[in-house]
Design a protein around this ligand. Structure first.
Ligand code: URP
Ligand code: ZN
Ligand code: ZN
Length: 466
């Protein structure tokens, strides 16, 4: 099946050009002007006049079905990836989990079994490592060879997943040899637990105390520690869900001294704040995630970081829990509120709205942040993340002028609230194609179920010194 996309402006991280796109089977065959006039034909033609043709976006941080706090993230592989596609995301990388005492391979196999036949879009896996030992270090080599080359370690959550500095260093040294990439959840978990205990003892149990117990300075400290360990180990490091100017400053300083320190932020840190955690009643529970939402004045620093290239990507950390029945587990004790927010459907539009429409950066940088650099850092480029002959035909026809209002009443995520309820954003996906198959057209699902395939990823295709 051949499809021609005509009259659009093709926007990639490298530039914008008036060009038609010929899709042949699952791949892009041609990106050139005036293809019909030059005799190129196809079985289907899509008119993209007045709109942009952009690469399908890549969300490198999701948690479908993650068991957490006695419950599980509400979006399944089917519902979460479908919602992603509605929002213009055509690839996700989700986190498999090693159980303490268990193997990395078992965690990966469990996620593969959940995703197989259910994912609507292509997917890769990282693995969360909670038990660094000789066996799991040896397994890292096997997983790199098997297309799971990225390992998340935690300086937070002492009870469940935290690794000490020695363990993180050992994992980094292993990555130096096997080509893997260590990703760090950077918060000082031991100090945070002590602050949490102080606040609980004082009867401070409301959701806002979750945020007030996890100060930004302790994210900055842990970010610096992770970067310094990576420098000694001689490897790049990727900081996940960076939320504060304190952590950004550590990444920026490290990059200036030539360290390959990379970081993502998330829409929630760009649009929401500690004020949301402090909403009246128990509503603040809707906004409990870790690292927590920060005072509003951190947001502009994060936008500046994205514009300047100190932050490389925006991912969602999509980990949705219903307000009713799940977030409510923490009524009277913020420690019991499951940590995580929904966002996979709205990321692309939010970054367009706050970045491009607000004049903070241009459309090419937007594509870079939501698609191209994620593809490069996570071993998917140029198959994903760009529009070029030979790339997968993961394409979005994007109406950069259309306005829509975000609401739980209309979203496709399997969660009973939206963090952005009532927010009008500029920009929306009109058509979403994955490997040549149209999945979403004008707000309606038209794709096959279970279309997604597992992506065996290579180690980072960015120069390791970038
Ligand atoms: O609150 C969060 N971020 N939940 C998901 C797990 C994690 O640490 O990324
Ligand atoms: Zn995390
Ligand atoms: Zn996460």
């Amino acid at each position: 099946m051949r499809t021609l996309i005509v009259n659009g402006t093709v926007v990639t991280a490298d530039g914008s050009v008036r060009a038609d796109v010929l899709v042949d089977g699952e791949q892009v065959a041609l990106v050139e002007p005036d293809l019909p006039a030059r005799g190129v034909t196809a079985e289907a033609t899509v008119d993209a006049a007045g709109r942009w043709v952009v690469p399908g976006a890549i969300d490198v941080h999701t948690h479908f079905e993650l068991p957490l706090g006695g419950t599980a993230a509400k979006d399944t592989w089917a519902t979460g990836t479908t919602a992603a596609a509605f929002g213009g995301t055509t690839t996700v990388i989700d986190f498999a989990a090693q159980q303490r005492g268990g193997s990395l391979r078992a965690g990966v196999d469990a996620s593969l079994a959940q995703a197989e036949g259910r994912a609507a879009i292509d997917y890769g896996l990282h693995i969360m490592v909670s038990d660094v030992n000789d066996a799991s270090l040896a397994e890292m080599d096997l997983l790199v060879a098997d297309g799971v080359p990225t390992f998340k370690l935690f300086t937070a959550y002492p009870e469940t997943t935290m690794s000490d500095d020695g363990a993180i260093y050992r994992a980094m040294r292993r990555a130096a040899v096997n080509g893997g990439l260590v990703m760090i959840h950077a918060e000082n978990g031991l100090a945070i637990d002590a602050i949490v205990a102080e606040n609980i003892a004082l009867g401070r149990t409301e959701p806002v105390w979750h945020g007030r117990s996890r100060p930004a300075v302790l994210e900055g400290e842990a970010t610096n520690r992770a970067i310094r360990l990576a420098e000694v180990a001689g490897v790049p490091v990727y900081i996940v869900h960076l939320s504060s100017r304190d952590a950004l400053e550590e990444v920026r300083t490290a990059r200036r001294r030539g360290t390959p320190a990379w970081a993502e932020t998330c829409p929630q840190y760009l649009f929401l704040s500690l004020d949301d955690l402090d909403r009246p009643g128990f509503e603040g529970a809707k906004f409990v995630c870790s690292p927590p939402l920060r005072p509003r004045d951190h947001q502009e620093d994060l936008w500046d970081g994205l514009a300047a290239g100190d932050l490389q990507a925006v991912a969602t950390d999509h980990c949705p829990f219903d307000f009713h029945g799940q977030k409510e587990l923490g009524r009277g004790d913020f420690r019991r509120i499951p940590n995580g927010l929904p966002g996979i459907e709205d990321r692309v539009d939010l970054v367009h709205h706050g970045g491009v429409a607000a004049g903070r950066f241009g459309p090419e940088r937007w594509v870079d942040i939501v698609a191209t650099t994620p593809a490069k850092l996570f071993g998917l480029y140029p198959r994903k993340g760009t529009i070029a002959p030979g790339s997968d035909a993961d394409l979005v026809i994007y109406d950069h002028a259309r306005r829509r209002t975000i609401s739980a009443a209309t979203h496709h995520m399997n969660v009973d609230y939206s963090c952005y309820e009532g927010l009008e954003v500029q920009g929306a996906a009109d058509l979403v194609m994955s490997r040549g198959a149209v999945l979403v057209r004008d707000g309606t699902w038209v794709g096959p179920a279970g279309h997604g395939r597992f992506l065996r990823r290579a180690p980072a295709t960015f120069a390791r010194g970038a």
